[in-house]
Design a protein around this ligand. Structure first.
Ligand code: PXL
Length: 283
């Protein structure tokens, strides 16, 4: 069984970051070790979250695992709250990033043209340098613009998307850059990807559902990584992740549309386990 480690916070109530990654990647039959950066009462979109910072633990935990000679098939980072956490992740990459370890970075820090609360304008450059040490990155358009200095547009056309992907690749990412939340036409949403190793550009799109929920970026990243660990191609992994997130949103709209903090993704986990059981090439 493949083993990954994911480094991000636990938002105790919120269905994002670790509480999205752990159930999803485990359900896909991949051992999921966690290195929590902080424990928050809720994610930061709620007012007044109570936060216990755990970043001082990252280095001692890494040293302990190193002494036990653990190997990870992937290191997956999501929301990181400080410059120091980014530096600690770079150190973790140096310790555990072996030849066959996939460094997968979701630079979760912004959406809808704005940084999440709690970050200042110096943070995107630090995240950009972490993306430069990754194999695969999965920013949304806002994050891509903040990291590359490109203007933020809500009406992306293909030339703009390709330009963003080229700028992301110039950060130094090795294998692929994936742009999420791409809306090629009204009524559609999707992802665009530049596979750097193959020099190939491709896009996937699907119906845009009428509501959006918190934590869908974390679910998307988690399913993509889980599928790659189960030997799906990158394109198949992205398609599965997009379909899963669409199913989670549809489920939430059908049963609890006013939910303020995340999708009811738990109800559609069987969709994932089925896909993994059938294996790559079967969808
Ligand atoms: O879903 C991204 C995320 C993760 N963790 C925390 C957050 C957010 C987004 O706001 O606040 C604590």
């Amino acid at each position: 069984m493949k083993r990954i480690v994911t480094i991000q916070d636990i938002s105790c109530l919120g269905k994002c970051s670790l509480t999205a990654a752990l159930p999803v990647i485990s359900a896909m039959g991949v051992e999921t070790a966690v290195l929590p950066t902080a424990v928050l009462s809720t994610h930061t979109m709620f007012e007044g979250a109570v936060i216990l910072n755990l970043e001082d633990q990252i280095e001692p935990v890494s040293r302990h695992w190193e002494s036990l000679q653990f190997h990870f098939d992937a290191v997956y980072t999501g929301y990181l709250a400080s410059h120091r956490q980014i530096d600690l992740v770079k150190d973790f990459f140096r310790r555990f990033g072996k030849e066959d370890t996939l460094r997968f970075v979701d630079p979760a820090m912004a959406d809808y043209g704005k940084l999440y609360s709690g970050f200042d304008g110096t943070f995107p450059a630090a995240m950009a340098s972490l993306c430069g040490e990754a194999d695969i990155i999965v920013p949304n358009i806002t994050e891509a613009c903040l990291m590359t200095g490109a203007p933020y547009r809500t009406d992306p056309d293909e030339a703009y998307i390709r330009e963003l992907l080229e700028r992301l690749a110039a950060l130094g990412t090795r294998r692929a850059v994936v742009l999420t939340g791409v809306t090629p036409d009204s009524g559609k949403t999707g992802v665009s990807c530049l596979d750097i190793r193959e020099g190939r550009f491709f896009s996937l799109s699907q119906e845009k559902l009428p509501r959006s929920y918190h934590g869908t970026g974390d679910l998307f990243a988690s399913v993509t990584l889980g599928a790659l660990m189960r030997d799906f191609s990158l394109e198949e992994a992205l398609r599965l992740a997009a379909d899963f997130v669409g199913a989670a949103i549809a489920e939430t709209i059908a049963h609890d549309p006013g939910k303020t903090y995340g999708t009811d993704f738990e109800a559609v986990i069987p969709f994932l386990t089925d896909a993994v059981r059938k294996g790559p090439g079967s969808r």
